[in-house]
Design a binder for this molecule. Structure first.
Ligand SMILES: [Zn+2]
Ligand SMILES: [Zn+2]
Length: 261
């Protein structure tokens, strides 16, 4: 049997759309001095051998790439078009200067949203010479990708009424901005080593898992371990919430790196 590759997952950001601290907030978590309570917008980096993929390029992308000293990437996969997941797209330029076209993987709908907001990047005539260059790869929930020996399967989840892609890389899965999932898509999540899933806050939310829904979902899928992300200040202090979680479930925090199969 061939050995399953070890994937290194780095949490670039673990905050909800506003980030934590939130502008104007006087909530105690937003005022916390604990670095684990400071959360940039949600994104992860998945690396193995000399290969690195990023999921989403939110508004904190530049800061995240500099903090993690990322020198090269093989591509960016997009979950959906909300600003907290794409608003740093223009900051892929330095990668484009070094490597030319940056491969992006996204659904047709998310591509149209990017084309609207970043028309100059997708322009074919009179292009501004400094604009980023991308190589577009349209994917859907029916795609199966192979990234240098790692099988990548998009998993569609529902973010209220909006379909969003999560991604399974071998036995690791990342599902952000999830409220519900169909039975069919759930079958793609069997035998996971590690899952990362949204655990927004304690109270219910119309388009995101709260912590109770996240824990129920994790229990049902029964991965070896799980991490919660896309976290609001309303969830509470990192160190306190962490103590209340089941043994194999943790709160992610910015800069955390884990190994998964
Ligand atoms: Zn989001
Ligand atoms: Zn969203």
């Amino acid at each position: 049997m061939s050995k399953v590759k070890q994937l290194k997952i780095t949490f670039l950001g673990t905050g909800t759309s506003t980030g934590v601290p939130m502008i104007t907030s006087t909530h105690p978590v937003s005022l916390s001095d604990n670095p684990k309570d400071k959360r940039l917008r949600s994104s992860i980096m998945i690396s193995w051998d000399e290969t690195t993929y990023i999921i989403d390029s939110g508004p904190d992308f530049r800061q995240q790439m500099i903090r993690e000293n990322v020198q090269a990437i093989e591509g960016i996969l997009f979950t959906h078009e909300h600003s907290d997941h794409i608003a740093g797209f223009d900051d892929i330029r330095p990668f484009s200067f070094r490597m030319g076209e940056v491969p992006i993987y996204l659904t047709e709908r998310v591509l149209h949203a990017l084309e609207k907001r970043y028309d100059y990047i997708f322009a074919t005539e009179n292009r501004y010479p400094g604009a980023a260059k991308v190589k577009t790869n349209i994917i859907s929930k029916h795609s199966t990708l192979n990234f240098k020996g790692v099988k990548v399967v998009p998993v569609e989840v529902m973010h209220g009424n909006l379909p969003v892609l999560g991604f399974r890389f071998n036995n690791f899965a990342y599902l952000t901005d999830i409220k519900t999932i169909s039975l069919e898509e759930k079958t793609k999540l069997s035998n996971l080593d590690t899952i990362v899933v949204t655990g927004l806050r304690k109270e219910e939310h119309s388009t995101h898992f709260n912590i109770e829904e996240a824990l129920e979902f994790i229990k049902e899928l029964n991965p070896k371990k799980a991490y919660l992300t896309h976290i609001s200040e309303l969830l509470g202090f990192h160190d306190e919430v962490e103590k209340e979680l089941p043994e194999n479930v943790h709160l992610a925090y910015d800069g955390l790196s884990i190994i998964s199969e």
